[in-house]
Design a protein around this ligand. Structure first.
Ligand code: ADP
Length: 254
């Protein structure tokens, strides 16, 4: 039995997966908080219990993400970009050529060769606009759970034009739209299109027309996916567990 644990210690969420004979079999996430070693150890206990295993069954623990250096028991440490590339290439059965990864604090575009090797990489980590944090901030101002954003944005045809490219200005723009009585569905839809334009700018001409995958936590947002497909005029795919592709990729290096 080949069984590895993958741990993605991200800026917002700590994600864990079990790779059992090459398949993503179990996953769980908890919010990122101080004391990551203890949080990760506790998650392993939960994994063993829920998946019905003993500690000796684990071949290795592979860590990736911002906090990968904070867990002493990890046998392997992998950078996030390699882990993302390996994970999504394997889970897409070699179909992926471009990854759009939206994390809590950054936005990455990774291009892959036919064999899964990374050919190009771009990151926007200087500004929170377009990242998971941006959505979290908007969720707070709009008093709406992030998990509702997709449904709400797809329930309207009205799209508010949001012009601010900076989170601080976007915040006041959203507040004034609410004050004017703009429906929150239209604001959320506008947010998705503004993030989609940002992603389009970051991608430039680097995307091939096929095998484009969106991953990271915000990939669960169907409204964002729709806006991205509209902006890029390309089909964009999302795997069943888009927030866990990086953790799974770490196990492939173990
Ligand atoms: P990181 O690895 O940096 O922690 P993740 O890939 O885990 O980032 O993504 C975290 C982000 O995912 C959050 O900031 C939030 O915006 C978004 N997110 C989490 N759950 C959902 C959901 N159910 N629907 C839409 N977005 C979500």
């Amino acid at each position: 039995m080949s069984l590895n644990i993958g741990l993605d210690l991200g800026s917002t969420a700590i994600k864990m997966v079990i790779n059992h004979n090459g398949e993503l079999k179990w996953h769980k996430k908890v919010p990122t908080a101080p004391g990551q070693e203890k949080i990760a150890k506790d998650l392993i206990e939960v994994a063993l219990e829920e998946y019905g295993l003993a500690e000796g069954d684990i071949k290795d623990v592979a860590a990736t993400g911002y906090g990968k250096g904070l867990v002493s028991f990890a046998g392997v440490r992998v950078d996030e970009i390699s882990a993302n590339a390996r994970g999504i290439f394997a889970l897409s059965n070699g179909d992926c050529r471009t990854i759009i990864n939206i994390g809590g604090q950054d936005l990455k575009v990774i291009n892959l060769e036919e064999n899964g090797q990374i050919s190009n990489f771009k990151m926007n980590d200087k500004c929170a606009a377009g990242t998971g944090r941006f959505f979290e901030l908007a969720a707070r101002i709009l008093d709406t759970p992030i998990g509702e954003f997709g449904r709400l944005s797809q329930s309207t045809d009205e799209t508010v034009e949001l012009n601010s490219t900076c989170v601080v200005f976007a915040e006041s723009e959203i507040v004034s739209l609410i004050a004017k009585g703009t429906p929150k569905e239209a604001i959320i839809r506008g947010l998705h299109y503004s993030v989609a334009r940002r992603i389009g700018n970051l991608m430039g001409r680097n995307a091939s027309g096929r095998g484009i995958y969106l991953d990271g936590g915000p990939a669960q947002n169907a409204g964002l996916l729709e806006a991205l497909e509209d902006e890029l005029l390309m089909e964009i795919k999302v795997l069943p567990q888009p927030q866990f592709t990086v953790a799974f990729g770490a196990t492939l290096a173990a």
